[in-house]
Design a protein around this ligand. Structure first.
Ligand code: SF4
Length: 158
């Protein structure tokens, strides 16, 4: 590789790292079964009351544009394939945040329940767990910050 190509690749790597640090995009993925309590708290975290957008954190319209996947709710057999597809569509480096007791442990929905596929981390790798039923927006924001720290470490390793 010529030195100018190497320099420009390095420049693009630094630019990508800088852009990701300044603007992390979230994809709110479906788990299937949930009461919407966690979804409402996620909505509160990203809308003007808590307003994470002022830090450059915003919802992505497609998993292909996202850095972090937020997932809440009980993992159902019906949604398992869809979640796997979403996970594969998010480019590397990426991080996954499981939000709420349903996503983390199944909550009151036991795994011998016929529509239940298990916990989210049995389907895709989870980086950050945000417990609660539902967790408060502050806890969700803290989870997103932890995911950003993981992304920074992964980006530094590339
Ligand atoms: S963790 Fe609680 S609030 Fe969240 S989806 Fe499950 S039952 Fe609803």
């Amino acid at each position: 590789m010529s030195s100018s190509k190497a320099t420009s690749k390095c420049f693009l790597c630094s630019l990508a790292k800088w852009a990701r640090k300044k603007s992390v995009w979230l994809y709110h993925a479906p788990a299937g079964g949930l009461c919407n309590g966690c979804d409402i708290e996620i909505a509160a975290a990203i809308t003007p009351r808590y307003d994470v957008e002022r830090f450059g954190i915003l919802l992505a319209p497609s998993p292909r544009h996202a850095d972090v996947i937020l997932i809440a709710g009980q993992m159902t057999k019906h949604s398992r394939e869809r979640l796997l597809r979403v996970y594969q569509q998010v480019p590397e480096p990426k991080a996954v945040v499981a939000i709420g007791s349903c996503a983390i442990s199944g909550n009151v929905f036991t795994t011998d329940n016929y529509p239940v596929a298990g916990t989210v981390d049995q389907i895709i790798p989870v980086d950050v767990y945000v417990p609660g039923c539902p967790p408060k927006p502050e806890a969700i924001i803290l989870g997103i910050i932890k995911a950003i720290e993981k992304l920074e470490k992964r980006t530094a390793g590339t």
